[in-house]
Design a protein around this ligand. Structure first.
Ligand code: GRF
Length: 199
């Protein structure tokens, strides 16, 4: 199966997915990286790893529909069977999601449904949560709200700084995301309503 990873920034999860594929954790190729930010470090990673990158700026399109249609063309061309969002800072339109229903996965740096949004690590820390974690989930029309594939917890210790927590979260993401992808690739995920059964 061919995988496309969507990034807007650093791309450390993109890197973790590449590393996992290379190590043979799952039998799939990372054939495309879609990026909406010309300054994203993920672009350098793609170059270094020899992964085709589609850098696409929404400002060059009259609408989000046409922007996503261009991405869709590329996904079809590359015969993509799974889309992994990895720090992609844009919500997808329902038309797009419909075409890849239950074939789009996201990683979120908190225990959903707590701390949705783009500041999840900071929000959990500032809230004084004792436990947070990481969630891998399918993507639906609502932000950070699709059926949950895997979740794992992390304790926030009293002497943890925000930076220490960030480091712990990213380390966990880099293990959990490839595990979720592996389950998908092996056809072991079954979505029943809000539930994802793992066989
Ligand atoms: C990660 O924390 C991920 O959970 C969130 O955005 C961040 C992306 O980091 N969705 P990176 O670009 O993969 O390093």
């Amino acid at each position: 199966m061919n995988i496309a990873v969507f990034c807007s920034g650093n791309g450390s999860n993109f890197q973790a997915i590449i590393n996992a594929a290379r190590s043979g954790l799952f039998n799939a190729r990372i054939t495309l990286m879609v990026c909406d930010n010309p300054d994203a470090y993920a672009l350098s990673r793609a170059k270094k790893e020899g992964v085709k990158a589609l850098l696409i700026d929404i400002k060059n399109f009259p609408s989000q529909e046409t922007f996503e249609a261009r991405i869709m063309d590329e996904l079809i061309k590359e015969d993509i069977g799974l889309i992994c969002l990895a720090g992609y800072m844009r919500l997808l339109l329902s038309g797009f999601i419909n075409k890849y229903r239950e074939k789009i996965i996201n990683i979120h740096p908190a225990l959903l449904p707590s701390f949705k949004g783009t500041r999840a690590i900071r929000d959990a820390f500032d809230y004084g949560a004792k436990t947070t974690g990481v969630t891998a989930h399918f993507v639906n029309e609502d932000m950070d709200a699709g059926p949950i594939i895997l979740q794992e917890t992390i304790k926030i210790e009293e002497n943890d700084t925000k930076e220490m927590l960030e480091e712990k979260i990213h380390k966990l993401e880099h293990r959990l995301y490839p595990e979720a992808i592996k389950l998908f690739i092996e056809g072991r995920l079954k979505v029943i309503g809000r539930r994802v059964n793992i066989s």
